[in-house]
Design a protein around this ligand. Structure first.
Ligand SMILES: [Zn+2]
Length: 217
């Protein structure tokens, strides 16, 4: 786990508490109204509804490209969709053990380099043994996990070069303008991207409906 000096302040996390005191930086210092206290800090929010649908889209696109897969269709769906969600399982540790002390994107479960390493290992394994069911499912699972951290990086901080460089990167930031805090995400344009991913997955599911009914388990 990457240890920093506490939760980093960014466009999303504009304030933090230090010794019971709220400390602000940058934009927040100039406009205290923008400060979100740590009790309201939505650490799990970036791309919070699109992960499983994105795993579904990933699985469908792989199924359409892989001929004679050594795994069943349902196993491929499970690997892709579970992988697309698994990095967020660290929220259990974040809330129950770490008590929100460290941003959960700093845990190794959200390090792109960690998943890219596992993805490379799985790819080499699959290259060696193209008939291996476990190698194929591991590769798809790691692809799902990598997709997760890429999507998280859209409007959330991701430590792309952890554990070597302690610096987060986010493509866009969501400013705290509305109350309650979750309205900031609903009214931000990035939510339309999430909705678009969900819609895309829904359309794919509908298109595959006849196949879903006959899908082997
Ligand atoms: Zn995540």
């Amino acid at each position: 786990m990457l240890k920093g000096k506490g939760p980093r302040l960014s466009g999303l996390f504009l304030g933090r508490e230090k010794g019971g005191r709220l400390v602000a930086d940058g934009v927040a210092r100039q406009n205290p109204k923008l400060i979100l206290t740590s009790s309201k800090r939505p650490d799990w929010l970036p791309m919070f509804i699109a992960h499983v649908p994105s795993g579904y889209i990933l699985s469908v696109s792989l199924l359409e490209r892989i001929l004679h897969a050594p795994a069943s269709t349902s196993a491929i769906f499970w690997a892709g969709m579970t992988g697309a969600l698994v990095p967020d399982f660290d929220l259990a540790y974040f809330y129950l053990v770490d008590h929100r002390h460290t941003h959960h994107h700093k845990y190794f479960t959200h390090w792109p380099m960690f998943w890219l390493l596992l993805l490379t290992v799985a790819m080499l394994w699959l290259r060696f043994d193209s008939k291996s069911r476990v190698a194929l499912l591991s590769w798809i699972f790691c692809l799902g996990c990598t997709l997760h951290v890429i999507l998280d990086s859209f409007v959330g901080d991701i430590w792309w070069f952890a554990p070597f460089i302690n610096k987060p990167f986010a493509l866009f930031t969501v400013q705290a303008v509305f109350q309650p805090w979750w309205l900031n995400f609903i009214w931000h344009w990035s939510f339309a991207v999430e909705a678009g991913i969900c819609l895309w997955a829904g359309l794919l599911y509908r298109r595959r409906s006849p196949m879903n009914k006959s899908m082997k388990t």
